[in-house]
Design a protein around this ligand. Structure first.
Ligand code: APR
Ligand code: ZN
Length: 233
């Protein structure tokens, strides 16, 4: 049965109250990427970086999954073929909405990583500078989030999924950050149909077979109901 691969971005969590990056007043209008989302920034001022992720971690822990997250979980449950969710988001709202086996290519706010030995453990709500690693005791704990200039996680697995996709959907992502922005081309090369569900056309809009504009809590449940052959509202 047809395999569906879905890429999500900050836009799917916008209606849960979490900020996006490049919309008006977004996170990159409030903070400089080089200060809070690069390894150099962390080396220069770890306290600033921890403050940035602590605020997002606390906010994300209070956020609720919205109708779009829940609709994708339903699609995973009721679609006869495999439905793979690859997210650029570091919040846990897909899982909170009932999704399983979500691939977090940019890491997770709920995770801590030791920059010395690579050990991973659940992050405390607020991380401090010099937090000791439970495994090697080095004071080098960092958020387990992929920064600019670093390799996203599970890329081999993601490309395998794209190579087998019959349908690819990009939801709530501006298509400005690679490698995620090129997934639509990988899917197309595999012969997949491609659809974009977004509030505004993304940078890659012309690459998609179909584009549906509107808030994710409207477009995603409708799209899922169509796929599952359900009729009605
Ligand atoms: N419903 C659907 N889409 C929305 C909504 C909404 N309610 N609100 C905003 N959007 C769309 C915007 O139109 C935009 O296309 O979500 C997208 C958000 O784009 P970005 O802010 O660039 O977020 P994203 O594409 O996820 O960024 C990718 O960049 O900074 C890095 O690592 C960070 O994972 C992030 C990556
Ligand atoms: Zn360690």
């Amino acid at each position: 049965m047809e395999k569906i691969v879905i890429l999500t971005g900050a836009g799917i969590s916008a209606e849960s109250g979490l900020g996006t990056f490049r919309d008006e007043g977004g996170l990159w209008a409030q903070h400089r990427i080089e200060d809070v989302a690069t390894p150099e920034g962390f080396a220069r001022n770890p306290a600033l970086v921890h403050r940035f992720y602590n605020a997002r971690r606390v906010q994300a822990a209070k956020a609720q999954p919205n109708a779009a997250h829940k609709a994708l979980a339903r699609l995973q449950k009721d679609w006869p073929g495999e439905v793979v969710i690859v997210t650029q988001n570091v919040d846990g709202l897909h899982e909170a909405g009932g999704a399983e086996n979500v691939i977090h290519m940019h890491g997770v706010l709920a995770g801590a990583l030791c920059a010395t030995c690579g050990h991973r453990w659940p992050s405390p709500p607020e991380m401090e500078v010099g937090e000791p690693c439970p495994a090697c005791r080095s004071p080098t704990a960092r958020p387990d989030v992929v920064w600019f200039g670093e390799m996203p996680y599970q890329m081999d697995e993601i490309y395998d999924h794209l190579a087998g996709a019959a349908l690819f959907a990009a939801i709530g992502t501006s298509g400005q950050v690679y490698p995620a922005a090129a997934f639509v081309h990988e899917a197309q090369a595999a012969g997949a149909r491609t659809v974009e569900l977004n509030l505004a056309p993304s940078a890659g809009v012309s690459s998609f077979d179909e584009t549906r504009l509107g808030p994710a809590t409207g477009t995603v449940p409708r799209w899922v109901e169509e796929l599952l052959g359900e009729r009605g509202g």
